[in-house]
Design a protein around this ligand. Structure first.
Ligand SMILES: [Fe+2]
Length: 286
């Protein structure tokens, strides 16, 4: 059978027919069908195809130990969010994208510690509980936190400016399932625009901004890990996040307070911001 426009898809599908792993076989078959349908629809010139290969090559070459351009590409195409949504459990807190900045392990910290290692911006107290979807509080749950600073930069974007581990912390809930830490109010920020994904957004006339948020991965024995954000109510770009990650249930008030007693108890100066957010984890089916 000649390889031509009409036989191409079938020929490649056939080549994968004996893939031993059934799930891999299914994935390769669907990928072949959809990829060929895309090419058949847009009919790229040789030059356009070369440009596409160059773009993907540049995405790979932009990745380093502290930068993940492929995650960013997946994010701006809405694929990360789609995968997250398809894997969601209805009885827990809504999930959202991991994002490209969870590139380093968060330093273990004690409850109440500050993840702000600079101490120049207005302090912010964040606290909450971790609960099971059956309503029980979860002691010793792991709460992994990372965020940008008040100017919109993650530590890994500013080596030498921010200390490593700034804005990051790995906490465990206390015997009542509670967590608390000190930080600064994160800013909205642009995703990195100096690489191929940034050039893609520019070419499309899209803005690169994300609304202010704190990232969390929350895990507990017997429960499905939750990857999510808590978004700062009132932040710009809540209605046009460059990576499509906003869910209404994840927007939280970060209220300003002048309460001197609470400030003293938490080791901060008034005025300070504070936010309270509970995470509900879905029980793993046994
Ligand atoms: Fe982020």
């Amino acid at each position: 059978m000649d390889f031509n426009e009409h036989t191409a898809t079938r020929a490649v599908q056939e080549s994968f027919r004996d893939t031993p792993d059934p799930r891999l076989r299914e994935l390769l078959d669907a990928l072949t069908r959809h990829l060929h349908a895309f090419v058949g629809e847009v009919r790229p010139s040789i030059g356009e195809w070369e440009q596409a290969i160059k773009f993907l090559t540049a995405v790979g070459q932009t990745c380093t130990d502290t930068r993940q351009e492929f995650v960013l590409l997946s994010d701006v195409m809405g694929v990360s969010m789609l995968v997250e949504t398809l894997n969601e459990h209805e009885d827990g807190t809504e999930g959202t994208v991991l994002g490209p900045f969870h590139m380093v392990e968060s330093p273990p910290r004690a409850l109440g510690d500050s993840i702000d290692l600079i101490g120049e911006a207005q302090p912010c107290l964040v606290a909450g509980s971790v609960l099971s979807s059956d309503g029980n509080l979860l002691p010793d749950a792991e709460v992994d936190v990372w965020q940008c600073n008040e100017k919109g930069f993650y530590d890994v974007q500013q080596p030498g400016v921010q200390p490593s581990g700034n804005g990051r912390g790995l906490f465990h809930t206390d015997s009542a399932g509670r967590f608390r830490f000190r930080t600064v109010l994160p800013s909205h920020y642009p995703i990195p625009t100096d690489g191929p994904v940034g050039r893609l957004l520019t070419a499309a006339g899209r803005h690169p901004y994300r609304p202010a948020h704190i990232h969390f991965i929350v895990q507990a024995e017997g429960h499905t890990p939750l990857t999510t954000h808590v978004f700062v109510a009132g932040s710009p770009y809540l209605d046009s996040d460059a990576v499509f990650a906003v869910k209404q249930s994840l927007i939280c008030d970060f209220t300003e307070s002048n309460d001197a007693e609470t400030a003293a108890r938490n080791g901060v100066q008034a005025p300070f911001r504070h936010a309270e957010f509970d995470f509900i984890l879905s029980r793993k089916l046994t």
